[in-house]
Write a protein that binds this ligand. Sequence first.
Ligand code: FAD
Length: 467
Amino acid sequence: MDRISNLDRAIRQTTARIQFNINWYVQYTNSMTRNFDILIIGGGILGTSISYFLSHLNKSRSIGVVEQSEGVAFHTSGRNTGKVHAPYLYNPEKKKLFANAAFHGYEMWEEYARLKKLPFKKDGVIEVALDCKGIRVLEKYLKWARQNGLEDSDIELMDRNEIKRVEPEIQCESALYIHRDSSVDYSKFTESLMSDSKNNGTQTLMKSRVTEIKKEGTAWKIVLNHEKEVLTKFLINAAGGESIDIAHDVGLGKGLTDVHFRGEYWKAPKEYNSLTKTSIYSVPEFPDYPFLDPHWIIRVDGSCEIGPNAVPVFSPYGYNRTENLKEFLPKMLEMLGSGARKAVFDKQFQQLAINEIQSSMSKSAMVKRVRRFLPKIDPEKFLEKGAAGIRSSVINEDGKFLPDVILLNNESSFHILNYNSPGATGALAFSAHIVNKINDSGLLKSEDLNAECGPWKFSDIIEKLKE
Ligand SMILES: Cc1cc2nc3c(=O)[nH]c(=O)nc-3n(C[C@H](O)[C@H](O)[C@H](O)COP(=O)(O)OP(=O)(O)OC[C@H]3O[C@@H](n4cnc5c(N)ncnc54)[C@H](O)[C@@H]3O)c2cc1C
């Protein structure tokens, strides 16, 4: 008996000693300043895709991704409509880069999904016009689609009778049937890319909010959660709704500000799951604000939703009242002291904002907008909200919303601002472009531009993007 209790005591003491050493080691490593060659702020689909390519091209460099949430794709990247879009909405002259990224992004996601056995449902999208003005817009979209690389088999213009034969419940004057459009789960794509990136040595610093950025010699000292510090030689800002603030912290983009819009969804009852075979979008009523018109959405799992609307909120994380109240005053002061002031006092913007706030307060207001082209749906049957996602749109000093992505840099940092729809579709292709741009400009030369990056050779992607 005595021998057993002695043994028991010895085991307990040894275990306690090991535990003490582990705790000490964890505290010690936590207090050490970690050094990176490249640090990316933001574990959304963009930051993760950038880390994916950089980690394949730079095997001997230390790469880190800082993310304040507990996982990747926690914000917009995991809270969107989940469509891999064909580039038919983008003027090839004004949004050439975005259109090109979406075009090649489609093929890349399809290939990646096949390789990783992730769902990629080729279910198409129908864009409807409800009047003559809308038909002219559809004709313009068809022209843009062809200029952006789509073929006749990818997209077709139909009159009201032709569309009725395909989708009997739709009511419209004319429609564009985009066959080259698919449904996916972007959270799963981002998680999978991050896992690949980590296999290449990328370190992730989760639950780590960047609270301060300082220059230390030629490096950046990044303060996390007000206490821990990391050093990096090169900084990449892919911080979504906070990317402007990070750019301001390093002295860039001072004349720019942003406005946040919460896109809300309502889940449709199961009985509507077979109402249409395809998701339905409508021609935007206000071309300057193309993100305002809610759609009929079929998700990758076959469930249906309507949304998103675009309710002005005061924070990139303004999902609820508490966060919005907390951020109301600082955001208002920031807006009134910037170009956003002009947008806020613009009559059309004010009217639209009021409409959107109404659609947030009243579910029927949102359902009514979808009923214009899908009259069968009944507002009473929408009982549950879906997950809202927040879009941050950049405004310049003249109070104008900037339509395109904004790229800024200094000698040791690169910043991606205003990375909006269809940002998830284009994330892989766009990230490859960014990594190449940083390389070509001499800011950060990658070690091997011919490296294989999963199913692609990096240099081949870049050649394709130039086509
Ligand atoms: C309602 C809605 C629907 C959409 N639907 C589609 C669609 O169907 N198809 C499509 O292709 N695109 C769609 N988009 C666009 C697409 O989702 C976005 O373009 C894309 O997700 C942006 O990715 P991101 O990585 O730049 O941003 P995010 O996903 O927002 O990632 C940025 C990350 O940075 C982190 N971060 C920010 N600041 C800090 C800090 N200080 N410290 C640490 N971490 C920080 C955040 O926590 C966040 O995780 C939609 C967008 C919205 C709003």
